[in-house]
Design a protein around this ligand. Structure first.
Ligand SMILES: CC(C)(COP(=O)(O)OP(=O)(O)OC[C@H]1O[C@@H](n2cnc3c(N)ncnc32)[C@H](O)[C@@H]1OP(=O)(O)O)[C@@H](O)C(=O)NCCC(=O)NCCS
Length: 154
């Protein structure tokens, strides 16, 4: 399914795992081997990958993977991973588009689902705008940066 952003040339659609790697690499793991951009669960049939396009150029990605975190009791859990928008396309509502489209697809899959993720501390205020809460203490993902768990019941 392709979704257009109102008053914008941007659109979002489902993509393959491999299509996410160049943007994950540039935004989230710059200078690191591409191997570090391949996540466990990328190829699972339950995983959803979305890409945001402007003028046919892929400029943002986000992936939603069925994965339970023992911090939560919910039986049905998904993890958001690899949320990334190219620097020159940030603050154009593409992150919002990738997040809301993921939420919508997960709600369509199941009636009740808990979406959680390890948020970069620098991005927590972005997620708070969409009613995500933090849980627990911040922690370091080695060679990356400080993170904190965030979640929302969809
Ligand atoms: C975080 C990220 C995905 C947000 O995507 P984006 O396309 O830039 O964000 P949007 O334009 O959709 O932002 C929506 C709103 O949140 C705000 N916002 C965006 N990033 C923010 C941040 N890091 N902190 C606080 N507010 C932020 C925007 O200003 C915008 O506000 P507005 O509605 O008042 O204009 C993107 O900036 C990014 O890829 N950052 C680097 C990698 C990263 O941190 N990824 C998240 C890993 S958990």
């Amino acid at each position: 399914m392709t979704v257009h952003l109102k008053n914008s040339p941007a659109l979002v659609r489902q993509i393959s795992a491999a299509e996410t790697y160049p943007i994950r690499s540039r935004v989230l793991r710059p200078g690191k081997p591409l191997q570090e951009c391949i996540f466990e669960g990328d190829e699972s049939t339950s995983t959803l990958h979305f890409g945001a396009y402007i003028d046919d150029k892929l400029v943002g990605v986000a992936s939603y993977m069925e994965n339970s975190n023992p911090m939560f009791d919910a039986t049905s859990q998904y993890q958001l991973r690899g949320m990334a928008v190219l620097p020159e396309f940030q603050k154009k509502k593409l992150g919002e588009l990738l997040l809301l489209e993921g939420e919508k697809n997960l709600r369509e899959k199941r009636s009740s689902i808990l979406l959680w993720f390890n948020a970069r501390e620098t991005a927590t205020d972005f997620y708070k705008r969409y009613d995500y809460s933090t849980k627990g203490e911040a922690f370091m993902i080695p060679n990356v940066c400080m993170h904190v768990v965030m979640f929302k019941e969809l």
